[in-house]
Ligand binder design. Structure first.
Ligand SMILES: *Cc1c(COP(=O)(O)O)cnc(C)c1O
Length: 540
C-alpha cells in the first residue's frame, strides 16, 4: 500500500496514483502499521545480523562480490517493493558488510555507536532540514549555534560573557559542522591561507584574486604548512585544493614518543623566515595522531606560533573528546592556545557517519571565508551556508545536541577512560608475550606492535644496519601475512600500517589497534593475540 508500485499482470509497473501516495504522510492506521513494520524490519533485522555475525564479514572474495554487481542499466519499471528491498538488503547485503560494531573489530577509528544514534539519525532524515539557510531550518540553525558554543567552551573555555555575546550572534561564528575531519582541516587551512594573504593596498585578498596575485602582492614565491611526520594525509589534500601545492606541507621529524620535535620545528621556522620569500600559512599540532594516537606538545607549539605570529591549527579529529575526561584532559594541555581546532563527530563522539567540526578561537575568523548568494543567504543572518564549504547540509548538530544530553560529559568520559586504560592493559600484555614487540605505547587508546620473535630481536640488536634492513624486511612480510590471514579468518580485525621509527633505518610494518568499543576488554584482546601467535606458528 505504501509501495509506489502496483502489480499489473504480476509485473511491477510505476503508477502515478501510487507514486503520489509515497509523498503524502500516512493517512490512516493501516498505513502507519505498514511503516512501523518496515521500521521494525530494519531495526531488528539488522540487530539479528549483528548478533549472528560476531566476526567481521562472511567469507567471500571481492571478485565474487563484484561479479554480482555488474549491471549498469536502470530498470524502466520497478523491480521490487519496499518490503522486499529491505528484506533483500538484510539478507543479501548486510552479511557482506563489515561488522564495525563487533568488540573484536579493533583496527579502525570506526566502531560501535550507541543504539540511540540510529533513532536520532532517523529524526534528522525525517525532518530533512537544510541548514544552508534559515528558511529551510529555523530552530535547527539556532540549536547548531548552541552546540557549537558548548564544544567551543570545552576547547577554549572563555568566560560566560564571551559565550553570551556570541552564542546566538548572527555576525560571529564559533565554528562549523562539516563532513568530517578532512573538510574540517580544509576549512581551518582555508581561513589560515586567506589570513596569510589578506587584502593589502591594491590587493583585494587571495580568495578574490587567486594565488599568483597573492604571491606577487606579498612578494613571496611559496607558502608552506608545517606539521609533524605523523600528520594526517587530509592536510596534503587541503594544500592541493588551496593551490599551495601538497609538497609544501613540510613534515617535521618526531621524537621517540611520536611527538613533533620542537627544536626541529623552531629550526624550520627560523630557516624559512630567514629566506624572506616563503610564507608560513600555519603550523599544525596533532592531538591524537591517526597511526599512533600521540599528542604533540600543544602549549609549546602555541607559544612558538604566537612568537612568530603564525596560525596554529590543532588537528584533534581523534583526541578532541578526551577533553570531557577530568582524568585525561591534561593530555591536551594548551589546546586553548590554538587559532583553530578540528574535531570529528563520527569518531570519539560516537556519532553515525558522517560528521566533523571545526572551531575557531576568534569569533570573527570565519569572516575570511564568507560567501553570499542573493537567492539563498544574506549577510548578518543565521544562514549557516555563508561560512562553509558545503551548501546544502543536514542538521547533524541535533544528533550531537541530543547525544550530549543523553550521555553527559561524564558518560563520554567513561568511554574515553575505558579506551585509554584498556589500551594500557593491552600494551602490558603485549610486552609479556615474547613473540610480540610493542612499537608505540598508548598515550590515548591507540597502540602499535608487531610480531618480532626473540630470535629476530636478538639479531636486530647484534647486527649492523645492512642486516637490520634484511631482518626488518622479513619481519614486515611476516606481519603482513599474519594480519591478512587473521582478517580473512573473520573472527577479529586488527589493521596494519607502515611507520618510520627512531630505532630502525627500515620502515616497519606494524599492527595497529584502536580501542573505542566499550565491549572490547582485555579477555577479548588476549584472544586476539593468541590467534596471532597461532597464525604465526602455523606459517613459520
Ligand atoms: C580521522 C582523522 C582525520 C580525517 O577525518 P575524516 O573524518 O576521516 O575526514 C584527520 N586528522 C586526524 C588526526 C584523524 O584522525
Amino acid at each position: 500500500m505504501n509501495d509506489y508500485t502496483k502489480l499489473h499482470d504480476s509485473k511491477l509497473v510505476a503508477d502515478w496514483q501510487s507514486l503520489l501516495r509515497i509523498f503524502i504522510s500516512t493517512e490512516n492506521e493501516a498505513a502507519k502499521a505498514t511503516l512501523l513494520k518496515y521500521m521494525e524490519q530494519i531495526l531488528f533485522g539488522l540487530q539479528d545480523f549483528l548478533e549472528k555475525h560476531v566476526g567481521i564479514t562472511e567469507e567471500i572474495s571481492l571478485n565474487k562480490l563484484n561479479s554480482f554487481y555488474r549491471d549498469s542499466k536502470i530498470n524502466c519499471n520497478p523491480e521490487k517493493k519496499l518490503a522486499n528491498v529491505i528484506t533483500d538488503v538484510i539478507k543479501n547485503v548486510t552479511p557482506y558488510a563489515v561488522n564495525v560494531a563487533s568488540p573484536y573489530f579493533i583496527g579502525h577509528m570506526t566502531s560501535a555507536i550507541p543504539f540511540f544514534m540510529v533513532h536520532l539519525k532517523t529524526i534528522v532524515s525525517a525532518l530533512n532540514q537544510n541548514v544552508v539557510k534559515l528558511e529551510t531550518s529555523k530552530i535547527f540553525s539556532v540549536i547548531e549555534k548552541q552546540v557549537l558554543a558548548k564544544i567551543h567552551r570545552l576547547i577554549f573555555n572563555k568566560n560566560e560573557s564571551f559565550y553570551q555575546l556570541h552564542i546566538q550572534n548572527a555576525n560571529t561564528t564559533l565554528g562549523a559542522f562539516v563532513e568530517g575531519g578532512t573538510s574540517a582541516n580544509y576549512t581551518a587551512l582555508w581561513v589560515a591561507r586567506n589570513m596569510a594573504f589578506a587584502p593589502i593596498k591594491e590587493f583585494r585578498g587571495i580568495d578574490k584574486e587567486g594565488i599568483a596575485a597573492a604571491y606577487k602582492a606579498y612578494n613571496v614565491k611559496r607558502s608552506v604548512i608545517l606539521v609533524s611526520r605523523r600528520g594526517h594525509f587530509s592536510l596534503r589534500k587541503a594544500a592541493g585544493l588551496l593551490g599551495i601545492g601538497n609538497e609544501n606541507v613540510i613534515a617535521i621529524n618526531v621524537d621517540k614518543e611520536n611527538k613533533i620535535d620542537l627544536n626541529r620545528l623552531k629550526k624550520a621556522i627560523h630557516e624559512i623566515t630567514q629566506q624572506g620569500n616563503i610564507k608560513i600559512i600555519a603550523v599544525v599540532g596533532i592531538a591524537g595522531t591517526t597511526e599512533t594516537g600521540n599528542i604533540d606538545p600543544l602549549r609549546k607549539i602555541g607559544k612558538i606560533c604566537k612568537e612568530n605570529k603564525i596560525h596554529f591549527h590543532v588537528d584533534a579529529a581523534w583526541g578532541g573528546p578526551t577533553l570531557m575526561s577530568k582524568k585525561y584532559k591534561y593530555l591536551l594541555d594548551g589546546i586553548e592556545t590554538a587559532s583553530s581546532v578540528t574535531i570529528d563527530g563520527h569518531k570519539q563522539f560516537y556519532m553515525p557517519m558522517s560528521c566533523g567540526m571545526v572551531y575557531f578561537n576568534k569569533p570573527d575568523s570565519m569572516d575570511m571565508i564568507t560567501y553570499h548568494a542573493n537567492y539563498v543567504n544574506r549577510p548578518s543572518s543565521l544562514d549557516l551556508g555563508i561560512k562553509s564549504i558545503a551548501g546544502s547540509r543536514e542538521a547533524n548538530s541535533l544528533i550531537l545536541d541530543c547525544a550530549l544530553k543523553i550521555m553527559g560529559s561524564k558518560g563520554y568520559a567513561l568511554l574515553i577512560e575505558h579506551g585509554i586504560e584498556t589500551a594500557k592493559e593491552f600494551a602490558a600484555e603485549i610486552e609479556k608475550r615474547e613473540i610480540f614487540q610493542l612499537i608505540t605505547c598508548p598515550e590515548l587508546n591507540i597502540l602499535t606492535y608487531r610480531i618480532c620473535p626473540p630470535e629476530y630481536r636478538k639479531k636486530l640488536n647484534k647486527y649492523n644496519s645492512k642486516d637490520e634492513i634484511i631482518i626488518n624486511k622479513n619481519l614486515n612480510a611476516i606481519n603482513q601475512k599474519v594480519q591478512r590471514i587473521q582478517r580473512e579468518a573473520g573472527l577479529s580485525f586488527v589493521s596494519r600500517t607502515t611507520i618510520k621509527t627512531e630505532y630502525y633505518t627500515e620502515d616497519i610494518v606494524v599492527l595497529r589497534t584502536v580501542i573505542m568499543n566499550p565491549l572490547t576488554n582485555i579477555k577479548i584482546l588476549n584472544k586476539i593475540l593468541t590467534e596471532q601467535e597461532d597464525i604465526y606458528k602455523k606459517i613459520s
